[in-house]
Structures are given as structure tokens and as C-alpha cells.
Design a protein around this ligand. Structure first.
Ligand code: DAK
Length: 258
């Protein structure tokens, strides 16, 4: 495991911490590769039931590393964009819930990284934005697509075209952040949410996530059909029997992920 990302376990929850605080956790190629490798480790480990992603220091991530990006030629820039996209796509595709705990700046690629997580908890100190146009760039890691899906086209256009950051309370109001907490509570709250969801039926959680992801890119009839088929599929699982039996017997379910 590279030093630029820490991978720790809290029970069934994996906590990945971006760890380049002197550069405000700017995403250079080494950090993107380290995130990718940590995600692969989490994907391999069937005992991880939720993932929390956060940043060391005063930033979640202040964007792609401008110093490293400065010298790229167009082909290298496309390659860099592809590296970010494949890393964030792997994060999005994890079959477990992923929470971004945004402790400070989430700008540019940092905001896009948070958007690749299922939901976002923010510190009161957090700042969100897509400032690429201030550098003569456009977002390169999904900001023109995931942000639109999260907050709608009007807010996405204001954020991307103006380049101006917003505070945590505004991020909450527009649906970019799900919840906002005092900075010293953020990680504990994110872990508690991770632990709570970790106790749900893992197969059902994974399938529900997949149906939402695929359904939002499909027309509504296809999305409904997918939900119906998957609802039927879930009835083949032992976890479904266990969950319903436990409810009827007034006891806690013991899910086995099968
Ligand atoms: N990259 C590299 N270093 C960064 C950085 C970044 N994005 N953000 C901060 N740093 C570094 C600073 O250079 C400084 O380093 P030293 O001078 O100490 O060596 C250190 O972190 C502390 O930053 P500041 O001294 O600036 O701290 P302040 O509190 O004064 O300001 C700030 C904090 C977050 C407001 C400020 O650092 C800032 O504005 N940072 C840049 C934010 C930004 O513009 N982010 C977007 C980056 S562009 C694409 C692929 C990807 C992308 C686009 C296209 N294709 C290939 C097409 C993605 C683009 C981006 O994400």
C-alpha cells in the first residue's frame, strides 16, 4: 500500500484516507493509482461491508495535481483523464455502500471523487467546487456527468461554468451533500452510517445499488423491469428468507451474503 492512501479497518467498514496533506491531497498519478489499488483490495475482501473515503488534514482533495498536470501534452492529458475515470468507475462499481466524508476542500477532481461515492457527508468546514475553468480547463474526472445526475443540470452548470466554490450548507441545500456535521464529529458519523448499513442484508444492498445505478441510465420502463426482475431474483436468496424469518420471530437477522 502506497503512503499516499491509508487503508484501515473499523469492523466491517474500510476507511481509506487520502494522505498528501501538504499538497491538500491533490490527485497525482501515484495517488490515483494508490486509490485504485486500495479499491481493488476492498473489492477482493468479502468481509468489508461499507467504505468510508476521507482526507488527511484540511482537505478532502483540492483537485487533480496542477503541478503534475501542467506539463502534459494532449495525449498524456487524455490518458490522465482515463486513469481518473477508470479509478472512479471502480469505486462506483463496488458492490458495497461508499460514503465520502468530506472534511475540507473538495475541489475539481476532489469533488468528482466524492461524487463517485454513494453518498456524501460533509464537515461544516467543507468547500465544494469545480474550479477548472479558472485554470482554462474543463472537469476531467466525471464532473460534467456525475454532478448533473446528483444536483441537476442548472446547479451543475452554475458550479462548472462559474468555477465558484460553495459552502457545506449550500451543498446540503442543493443535494450534493446528504448531511453536514461539525468537523470533529464527521468521521464518527460516517463510520456509524457505515456500520449501520453493514448490518443490512449485503446481497440486497448490493443489488439495490446496482439497480439504482443501471436504472438511472435507462428509460423508466426498462428501469421498472430491471427492478421487478431483481426483486424476483432476491427471493432466491437465503438472506431474504433469514431477514423475513427474523422479522416474524422478532429477532435480529444473521445475514450470510448468499
Ligand atoms: N494541485 C497541486 N497542488 C495543490 C493543489 C492542486 N490542485 N491545491 C493545493 N495545492 C498545494 C499548493 O500548491 C500548496 O503547496 P506549497 O506551495 O505549500 O508547496 C499547498 O497545496 C497548500 O495550498 P495553498 O497554499 O494554496 O493553501 P490555501 O489555504 O491558501 O488555499 C485552496 C487552498 C484549496 C483554495 C488553493 O490551494 C487552491 O485554490 N487550490 C487549487 C484548487 C483547484 O483549482 N482545484 C482544481 C484542480 S484542476 C483533465 C483531467 C483532470 C482534470 C481536468 C481535466 N483532463 C485530462 C482533460 C481535473 C482538474 C482539476 O481538478
Amino acid at each position: 500500500m502506497s503512503d499516499c492512501v491509508r487503508n484501515e479497518r473499523h469492523g466491517a467498514v474500510a476507511v481509506l484516507t487520502l494522505n498528501r496533506p501538504k499538497a491538500l491531497n491533490a490527485l497525482d498519478r501515484a495517488t490515483l493509482n494508490a486509490i485504485g489499488s486500495a479499491i481493488a483490495d476492498v473489492a477482493e475482501d468479502g468481509s468489508v461491508r461499507a467504505l468510508v473515503l476521507t482526507g488527511e488534514g484540511r482537505a478532502f482533495a483540492a483537485g487533480a495535481d496542477i503541478a503534475e498536470m501542467r506539463g502534459l501534452d494532449p495525449l498524456e492529458a487524455e490518458k490522465f483523464s482515463k486513469l481518473g475515470h477508470s479509478t472512479f468507475a471502480a469505486l462506483e462499481a463496488l458492490p458495497i455502500p461508499t460514503l465520502a466524508a468530506v472534511n475540507g476542500y473538495a475541489l475539481g477532481g476532489g469533488c468528482e471523487l466524492a461524487l463517485a461515492c454513494d453518498w456524501i457527508y460533509a464537515s461544516e468546514k467543507a468547500r465544494f467546487g469545480q474550479p477548472e475553468v479558472a485554470l482554462g480547463l474543463i472537469p476531467g474526472f466525471g464532473g460534467t456527468s456525475r454532478l448533473v445526475r446528483r444536483v441537476g443540470v442548472a446547479w451543475a452548470k452554475e458550479l462548472v461554468l462559474s468555477g465558484d466554490p460553495i459552502r457545506a450548507d449550500e451543498a446540503l441545500r442543493i443535494g450534493l451533500a446528504n448531511r453536514v456535521f461539525p468537523g470533529d464529529e464527521l468521521l464518527a458519523r460516517a463510520l456509524a452510517a457505515g456500520e449501520s448499513v453493514a448490518a443490512r442484508g449485503p446481497l440486497a444492498v448490493a443489488l439495490a445499488k446496482e439497480v439504482i445505478e443501471q436504472g438511472q441510465d435507462a428509460d423508466v420502463r426498462t428501469a421498472h423491469a430491471l427492478e421487478q426482475k431483481t426483486f424476483g431474483l432476491v427471493f432466491a436468496s437465503q438472506d431474504r428468507e433469514e431477514g423475513m424469518d427474523a422479522f416474524l420471530a422478532k429477532r435480529e437477522p444473521q445475514f450470510q451474503n448468499n
